[in-house]
Write a protein that binds this ligand. Structure first.
Ligand code: SIN
Length: 437
């Protein structure tokens, strides 16, 4: 039986309208990058975000952003590690785009003002995470990489916010995508529910020549997740209702090391970055036995799906509801310097990684599937683009390689912004009259 899927949500008729050339929905790395780049190329961009600019998953990314920045590393090696982690179903062309354009895009982030951590030689410090055979993860503030990238992108947006080329609408939930009539069924806008004190309030309709979905993930669908409260899957749901092809939704990544706070703990849980294992922490069971050795050549730094499954197996074998992460040998001074946010959060919750084992268990972390796109960010619906976690470019296959998500949002937001602006300049995607979702 085909499940019933409504083509729109029940909502009041729009009480206000607005127009732009392009609407970007979402303000993580993908949405902000797309909006900033589009603003330089098209006349009017409307950036819409569900709460405030800095909410969303980007801000919570701890470990970093992967790119072959070390002269001893290469995009080919990054490609290899990504394909292995993706368990044979990555789109190779998409991964090639990711790894070959990644280093340039990360350097552009630096030029924009992102302050990555640097070593005594002034070079960006690179660390390792699961599935990587080289140190290629750039990080900021120790373990606050997403927060720093988000800060730099928002600062870049603030610098141009008075420019009529870009308009920002916060507290605006996308209700549905708008499509043209039978003769021109392109996506030509969105309906929005704005809850705020701005010029517009309530349900309205925003029309544009192209719509970019960058709404992030689905974590709050799960009882336990590393995702913030705004990650409710509304972008992928709106795309599905509009008839877009979505793919690989079953490939939901569980992060192996999420601080275990007890049976009843629900919603966003504290992440203990894979970079902590990258720096030498190890997993042990209640008896103190290291169980990753011998299971995979990379042991505690095997790809995430391997580690998460091994933890669940060990929990089942021992009847426990968690295992432990042992970082004590890294020392107080190193832990406080390298992972200041994680150490502070653990201590707030009554755990000291410098002196105690940390109880950890897997929790939902990342949706590898999503709205299917091609290499230009185009979805199956003309006029609709997607980037970041809401999208499925094919880069992640069945299991995302650690720290490839910020990079994917960055690289593919650039790609789609270039495609949208080229099409608009060529007179494609003329404004369409909406007849309804
Ligand atoms: C982490 O820091 O372990 C998370 C990084 C990621 O999900 O790529």
């Amino acid at each position: 039986m085909t499940p019933y899927l409504p083509d729109r949500l029940v909502s009041p008729e729009p009480g206000w309208t607005t127009t732009a050339d392009v609407i970007v929905v979402g303000s993580g790395i993908a949405g902000l990058t797309a909006a900033l780049r589009l603003r330089q190329r098209v006349d009017r961009v409307l950036l819409v975000t569900k709460t405030v600019l800095s909410e969303g998953s980007t801000r919570w990314a701890q470990g970093g952003i992967a790119a072959a920045l070390d002269p001893a590393d290469s995009p080919a090696e990054h490609l290899h590690d990504t394909l292995v982690a993706g368990v044979g179903i990555c789109d190779v062309a998409a991964v090639e785009a990711l790894v070959s354009e990644g280093p340039v895009r990360v350097r552009e982030l630096v030029a924009l003002g992102t302050e990555f951590d640097r070593g005594p030689d002034g070079q960006i410090s690179l660390t390792r995470e699961g599935g990587h055979h080289r140190d290629r993860i750039a990080h900021a503030g120790g373990d606050a990489t997403g927060k720093e990238i988000s800060r730099a992108l928002i600062a870049a947006l603030d610098a141009v916010i008075d420019d009529p080329g870009i308009e920002l609408l916060e507290h605006a939930l996308v209700v549905d995508l708008l499509r043209g009539g039978d003769t021109d069924p392109r996506v030509c806008g969105v309906t929005l529910h704005v809850i705020g004190e701005g010029e517009v309030d309530g349900v309205g309709a925003a029309y544009a020549r192209a719509v970019v979905l960058a709404t992030g993930g689905i974590g709050q669908v799960y009882s336990s997740t590393t995702n913030p409260s705004v990650a409710t899957g509304d972008g992928v749901a709106a795309a599905l209702r509009a008839g877009a092809v979505v793919t690989d939704l079953e490939f939901v990544q569980f992060h192996p090391t999420v601080l275990w706070l007890g049976e009843g703990s629900r919603g966003q849980q504290p992440l203990i970055s894979e970079a902590v294992r990258g720096e030498g922490a190890v997993l042990v069971d209640a008896e103190g036995v290291r169980f990753m050795q011998g299971l995979h050549e990379l042991a505690d730094l095997a790809p995430r799906d391997v580690v998460a499954r091994a933890i669940v197996d060990r929990m089942a074998q021992t009847g426990a509801d968690h295992v432990f992460l042992d970082a004590r040998h890294l020392g107080r001074e190193f832990l406080e310097r390298r992972f200041p946010s994680i150490v502070a959060r653990c201590r707030e919750l009554g755990f000291d990684p410098a002196t105690e084992l940390l109880p950890v268990a897997p929790a939902q972390h990342y949706a590898s599937g999503g709205v299917r796109t091609d290499l230009r960010g185009r979805t199956s619906l003309d006029g609709l683009y997607a980037a970041g976690e809401v999208s499925c470019t094919g880069v992640h296959g069945a299991n995302r390689l650690a720290s490839n998500s910020l990079l994917e949002g960055l690289v593919f937001a650039h790609r789609l912004a270039d495609d949208v602006s080229a099409r608009l300049a060529a007179g494609e995607l003329p404004p369409a009259a909406a007849t309804g979702p």
